[in-house]
Design a protein around this ligand. Structure first.
Ligand code: NCD
Ligand code: ZN
Length: 350
């Protein structure tokens, strides 16, 4: 049985780092695992200007020990009123990789998002010109549509027409959760890619209701049925460069998860790589982990691949029941349970 996995340092292409005390509490957890990350702009208030995104980048760096080596990248939050000139401003900034489309009301802090894609067509055209990437939360917000169908319907109603209308626009369908999402990305032109989270590779929707209601497994898009999980896993291990790592680690304080109307988001950052390793291992595909975690995303974003190495070891450990700190208590994914892989900080001596 394989005991170690050596990887080029990986990147997280979809991460919520929050702000203020919570940022200071969680940033180092991701920086320990990843070399770079695409930090999401759904703060309160959202980062709707490049200037705000760059100031946030500095706050992320300030929250980490000096010389830590972690490099955050940003996506700017699209609204119905995003000014056209913001696109050329973004194109000048190497740390801004694109703009994030949150359909208004689709998820946490998306209230200022886009109410109709036609409203941002001029922006999409400018992004296509400037070769900026559109990061997409792919769910319709129509309350008539069943929550388990919202990704599929978004692809049919919104994404397919956008890809047809803007054939050179590079798009990442983030946190894909369905067979339809996988099929769409696979069948789309090379301009379209997708990220996959550890929770959607490891769990199906039963997890939300196993022995009781499990708020720490609740995220958006919500976990789907087992056939979808299998489709996601086969995409992840396929070696297809269109699929890459984006944890969507989304910390919320315990009291905001364990309540009448709890927030969506799983805090997977403390063991993100270990969770992916578990999923790939279960599928007998540990040899495919490095490209998924360390190459495909960098290649899609046209950034150099990282040079350092990390090592994962087959070794059991228990996830703490919570991560305390300045902002409060956060319950991680798999709290109090056994993990099968463990990240060592430094490569083994040959
Ligand atoms: C994210 C958050 O909490 O910011 N929540 C989640 O369930 N994934 C927002 C998002 O990415 O949808
Ligand atoms: Zn997210």
């Amino acid at each position: 049985m394989q005991q170690t996995v050596h990887l080029t340092r990986p990147d997280d292409w979809h991460l919520h780092l929050r702000d203020g005390a919570l940022l200071r509490q969680v940033a180092a957890v991701s920086a320990r695992q990843f070399s770079r990350a695409l930090a999401m702009p759904n703060l309160k208030p959202p980062l709707i200007r490049v200037e705000q995104a760059l100031a946030y980048r500095q706050r992320i760096l300030d929250s980490l020990p000096r010389g830590n080596g972690f490099s955050p990248y940003l996506s700017v939050y699209l609204t119905d009123k995003t000014p056209l000139q913001e696109v050329s401003v973004a194109a000048e900034c190497p740390y801004v990789l694109g703009f994030k489309l949150y359909p208004a009301g689709a998820t946490t802090h998306s209230g200022a998002g886009v109410t109709g894609l036609d409203k941002i067509y001029p922006i999409l055209e400018a992004m296509e010109e400037h070769d900026l990437v559109l990061q997409v939360h792919g769910e319709v917000t129509d309350p008539e549509i069943d929550i388990f169908d919202r990704e599929k319907v978004f692809i049919e109603r919104e994404l397919i027409p956008v890809v047809a209308r803007f054939p050179r626009l590079r798009i990442v369908l983030e946190h894909i959760t369905t067979q339809e999402g996988v099929d769409f990305v696979r069948g789309a032109p090379e301009t379209v890619a997708g990220t996959l989270t550890p929770q959607h590779l490891l769990y199906n929707r039963n997890m939300l209701l196993t022995g009781g209601i499990r708020p720490h497994y609740y995220c958006l898009p919500v976990l789907k049925r087992e056939t979808h999980r299998q489709a996601l896993l086969s995409a992840a291990i396929s070696g297809n460069p269109k699929f890459f790592l984006g944890t969507d680690s989304a910390p919320h304080l315990r009291q905001h998860k364990e309540t009448d109307c709890g927030c969506a988001g799983c805090f997977s950052a403390p063991a993100a790589l270990e969770l992916y390793a578990e999923a790939f291992d279960q599928a007998g595909a540990l040899d495919k982990l490095e490209a998924f975690a360390s190459f495909h995303g960098a290649d899609f974003y046209r950034l150099p691949r990282n040079s350092g190495k990390i090592v994962l070891r087959r070794s059991e450990w228990t996830m703490p029941t919570s991560y305390g700190g300045e902002a409060g208590e956060i319950v991680p994914l798999r709290a109090g349970e056994t993990l099968r892989w463990r990240l060592s900080s430094y490569p083994e001596k040959p």
